[in-house]
Design a protein around this ligand. Sequence first.
Ligand code: ADP
Ligand code: MG
Length: 255
Amino acid sequence: MTKLLQFRRADSPDAPCADRRGPNMLDFIAHDLMNDLGAAQMCLAALEANEPALRLGASADFLRVLQQSLTHMEQFVADLRDSRQMELDRFVVSPTAAVSPAALLSAAVGAAKRYADGRNLVLVCAPGLPPVRADQPRVQRVFANLIGNAVKFTDFQGTISVGARPGKTPDEVIFFVRDDGEGMTDADQRRIFEPGWRTCDSGRRGTGLGLMICRGIVEAHGGQISVTSRPKLGSTFAFTLPSAAAIQQTDRAAE
Ligand SMILES: Nc1ncnc2c1ncn2[C@@H]1O[C@H](COP(=O)(O)OP(=O)(O)O)[C@@H](O)[C@H]1O
Ligand SMILES: [Mg+2]
């Protein structure tokens, strides 16, 4: 069982444009949750009142917005819970199962259909990949965060590819989430894994904690996470997980 030992705080002097750390954090949380609650309540009220628009077939739209608002709130609260557990050194990662990369990907893409909202989700799995050693619910949180970000920063009808390919050595598999959305500058890429940090023009909702949590989960598996991106062209987040065979060898060597 691996436990994350440290929750790293970014205390660098050059404050980010949209800093969600510190005392303002509660303002952001209240604001974002109220937005989602307001949208959900509006949809429920419309459905309850059986408004004329519903009779023209708009109920599917209301249900879609309701579903998205609830998913935002769920991810938002999960980010807060996970980051708090990391801060208290109580965030446990147990990469005990040997799982096929294809199974991880299809679970991730299946769950993402709930909130992809018009984006094309494409699953790309290279053949012959070895099983990886993973804490499946934690790895699904990584995918949910990366795909959730890709949805946020990609236009309606954009494409999001979720896939796996061989690593640099047979001991690892590379997983990736690629979008053709807004992308970001080199300077932003260096900062986005810090807690509470968001790029200047990311006016959209979120805690700014998701990528920090992703990094914590991936590193607790013995993997690494990185981003490559170009403004206006899109972003690719990639992370590695060790193959189950590689972990077995390490375990045997330690005995
Ligand atoms: N796919 C992406 N495309 C463009 N920018 C991104 C993408 N993913 C993350 N970012 C940038 O990194 C920031 C931090 O992401 P994250 O830690 O998930 O926080 P949040 O989603 O709550 O803003 C985002 O606010 C955004 O500025
Ligand atoms: Mg996020």
